[in-house]
Write a protein that binds this ligand. Structure first.
Ligand code: GS8
Length: 219
């Protein structure tokens, strides 16, 4: 029986982009279902009853939630092509550590870049740039976090690049000016079709962000 793969997603979601990239890297065909998060579908509520969040990967009717867990699932199930996690246990643990760092230190804090002002904003911005610096250090001279090829940490992190215009314009700063190696890495990832076709244009994300602000009545 052919695999039936469905992805419940929302186009500007950093978490959803991770799964889009992984599925593209592995060359897996799937049905993409866009969710309206203000009016969640019965399918989403049924497939992720605990968190009620996208993304959800549904493989032959069975759901896998939480993007990093779903990424690992994809890597294990479709292990014949484009491995994301290394085979060495220690290196695998390291990759998971850095993906967890991305979630905890960047993805969970990035909201502050859009929602705070004054001193709180300055602290958030400094923290954001520090974290980018730490990641830049971890990348070192390698082309990708995964070494010579795109790996787990690359897939977990690169979606952030599609939101850069939002953060930079809102805060009037340039990541490239402070961390050029990071931007060079992001551009290298974007040269891969699996990444470029999975990430929305920065301008489109920026327009979406401005529209959402307007709807919420924020200046
Ligand atoms: C986060 C998913 C998430 O926040 C993961 O998959 O890694 N830890 C999870 N999804 C958001 C959309 S993206 O910002 C979501 O579905 N929100 C709906 C809600 O909170 O009601």
């Amino acid at each position: 029986m052919a695999d039936e793969v469905v992805l419940l997603d929302f186009w500007p979601s950093l978490f959803g982009m991770r799964l889009r990239i992984a599925l593209a890297e592995k060359g897996i065909e799937y049905e993409y279902k866009e969710e309206d998060l203000s009016n969640k579908s019965p399918l989403l509520l049924q497939m992720n009853p605990v968190h009620k969040k996208i993304p959800v990967l549904i493989h032959n009717g069975k759901p896998v939630s939480e993007s990093l867990i779903a990424l690992q699932y994809i890597d294990e199930v479709w292990n014949d092509k484009a491995p994301l996690l290394p085979s060495d246990s220690y290196l695998r643990a390291q990759a998971r550590f850095w993906a967890d760092f991305v979630d905890k230190k960047i993805f969970e804090n990035r909201k502050k870049l859009r929602t705070t002002k004054g001193e709180e904003y300055d602290a958030a911005k400094e923290d954001f740039l520090d974290c980018i610096g730490v990641l830049e250090g971890e990348l070192g001279d390698k082309p990708f976090f995964g070494g010579e090829t795109l790996g787990f940490v690359d897939v977990a992190l690169v979606p952030l690049y599609s939101w850069f215009l939002v953060y930079e314009k809102a805060g009037n700063f340039s990541v490239e000016a402070e961390h050029p190696k990071f931007i060079a890495w992001a551009k290298r990832c974007m040269e891969k079709e699996s990444v470029s076709k999975s990430l929305p244009e920065q301008e489109k994300v920026y327009d979406f962000f401005m529209l959402t602000r307007k709807k919420r009545g924020i200046e």
